[in-house]
Design a protein around this ligand. Structure first.
Ligand SMILES: [Zn+2]
Length: 219
């Protein structure tokens, strides 16, 4: 595909996903405000170190979250939101900070690593599941905070129907498409010990971050 066309597609996807992101941002405030936590519990946000490919925790199947109100889980959510923002990511899964729980943050916004990403409020998705998906599969570029310096063209379902528990403990059902659906599928894989390079159809679909910036973003 010519680079100019690829960029146009990126922009069209970004516009479509922005509407979807606006819809997502109306869901529960996340992380839970201190005022809603049990009396005497105050959460101090910290940046969590991100583990990299080769660390065995990234290859484990993560554990179901039993108690969303648990102080440790609420703090983990808060730390993940801060960590993904600082790292210029659009999503981060708990196993990436060596916490093997089935929870991730989707936090799409334009940044240095993803200039065309749609803007949305960071959303915590706990015990997430894909309950249905399109037959259409789309290949597009992905990177991963745990696989620095590498980008790959990854095939993903164009649209998915998902279910997850939000940070307030409410069950949410949503249909996600394009970029946001891609983030969900990427993060969901982390909960099963899968990283995006496992999904590449061909090693020729893998390039360095520097080449990605020159060939894809600045074209
Ligand atoms: Zn990742």
């Amino acid at each position: 595909m010519p680079q100019a066309l690829r960029r146009q597609l990126h922009l069209a996807n970004a516009r479509a996903s922005r509407r979807e992101a606006e819809m997502l941002s109306t869901s529960a405030q996340c992380p839970m405000p201190n005022a809603q936590l049990p009396k005497g519990v105050f959460i101090m946000t910290e940046l969590a170190p991100i583990i990299q490919l080769g660390n065995p925790t990234l290859r484990q199947k993560a554990a179901w979250v039993e108690n969303i109100q648990d102080e440790h889980i609420q703090k983990l959510i808060e730390d993940l939101v801060a960590t993904v923002a600082k790292a210029n990511g659009v999503g981060i899964a708990a196993p990436q900070v060596a916490q093997s729980y089935r929870l991730f943050i989707v936090a799409s916004r334009p940044n240095a690593r993803y200039p065309n990403a749609p803007e949305m409020q960071p959303t915590a998705m706990i015990n997430p599941k894909i309950i249905a998906h399109s037959t259409e599969v789309v290949k597009d570029w992905e990177g991963c905070l745990s696989v620095p310096g590498i980008r790959g063209l990854v095939p993903r379902y164009k649209s998915i129907e998902v279910e997850y528990t939000d940070c307030q403990g409410n069950l949410q059902k949503q249909e996600l498409t394009d970029f946001i659906a891609r983030i969900f599928q990427h993060e969901s894989d982390h909960l099963d010990g899968i990283v995006f390079v496992d999904r590449l159809e061909n090693t020729l679909d893998m390039i360095t971050e520097q080449e990605y910036q020159q060939r894809v973003v600045n074209n």
